[in-house]
Design a protein around this ligand. Structure first.
Ligand code: BEZ
Ligand code: FE
Length: 306
């Protein structure tokens, strides 16, 4: 390498570093300290990506086109940016960074795009399926906190897909189904009927689906049942339980949401096995049962949860 080429390499590096410093300086007067910190980190890391990969202008244009499509396909019912965050593991990383409850508390995982506020309030013991099809599943458990107190009257939002792998909100004009809000009893106990969770693909007919295919990744989520649990004096927990089994081990989870501590055996019961509450199921219908004891992080703030 001749001296002038070495010089130009050093010049280039100096110019690139100067640009990073100039951009950081441009944000330095941001009055909101946290916003300044976030932007500085973003600028440092994004510039590092461009420099490390020697990003071409065509590649950057393609990335912008991809992000543009991600925005264009998003609406009130579809949030492709959330999906992008999910498949990049950013949603789960954000959950992990904020899940500071310690090992005694139940682990958190992603909320996902299918939570709906204001789900029907059902009695303990009810069937949340409300017409959604699938194998019945008896779910029972308790809610307590890390201080060892039972969370009397804890509120549980539960939601899941049907046997076709679809949530109610994915079916045009469908009524709410396979979702409910339930209240724990004075000892913090709950029980209800749901559907045995099945694996399903995240929406993959948009740019995020293209990204998954281009990278030979599966769109499948491990079978799960969603929970959002709140109680006075405790931090609200968003989590799932996952079905132990071959599906989980083989297909993994497109959004990196699985935590070993959240995997449960859903015990399959042969048709005709008496149910815990005497519910009569069709003679040929198998069912499953699962237990989930939830421990919320105690905060000491005893105002009503919501
Ligand atoms: C869900 O579990 O509902 C979900 C989570 C992330 C992306 C898509 C779906
Ligand atoms: Fe889900």
């Amino acid at each position: 390498m001749v001296a002038s080429e070495r010089q130009s390499g050093a010049d280039r590096q100096r110019r690139e570093e100067e640009l990073v410093r100039a951009v950081l300086a441009a944000f330095e007067r941001t009055p909101d300290v946290r916003l300044r910190e976030l932007l500085a980190s973003l600028v440092r890391h994004l510039h590092a990506v461009v420099r490390e990969t020697r990003l071409t202008e065509q590649e950057w244009a393609a990335a912008i086109e991809f992000l543009t499509e991600t925005g264009q396909i998003s609406d009130a019912h579809r949030q492709e940016f959330v999906l992008l965050s999910d498949v990049l593991g950013i949603s789960m990383q954000t959950v992990a960074v904020n899940d500071t409850a310690g090992p005694a508390a139940t682990e958190a995982t992603v909320l996902g795009p299918f939570f709906v506020a204001g789900a029907p309030r059902l009695e303990r013991g009810a069937d949340i399926a409300m017409g959604a099809q699938g194998e019945p599943c008896w779910v029972e458990g308790s809610v307590s906190d890390t201080a060892g107190r039972a969370c009397a009257g804890a509120l549980l939002d539960v939601w899941e897909c049907d046997e076709d792998g679809l949530y109610d909100v994915q079916r045009d004009g469908a009524a709410m189904a396979a979702r409910a809000t339930l209240e724990a009893d004075p000892e913090g106990r709950f029980w209800f009927w749901a559907l045995t969770p099945v694996p399903y693909p995240i929406p993959d007919d948009g740019p995020v689906g293209r990204l998954l295919r281009a990278t030979s990744r599966s769109p499948m989520r491990a079978p799960h049942l969603h929970f959002r649990v709140s109680a006075p004096g405790a931090r609200t927990l968003v989590t799932h339980i996952f079905v132990e089994g071959e599906r989980l081990r083989r297909d993994g989870d497109a959004v990196f949401g699985v935590r070993e501590s959240l995997v449960r055996v859903f015990e399959r019961q042969a048709p005709g096995t008496p149910t815990p509450d005497g519910r009569q199921l069709p003679a040929e219908r198998s069912w499953t049962r699962v237990r989930f004891d939830i421990v919320l992080e105690a905060t000491g703030d005893l105002r009503p949860a919501r």
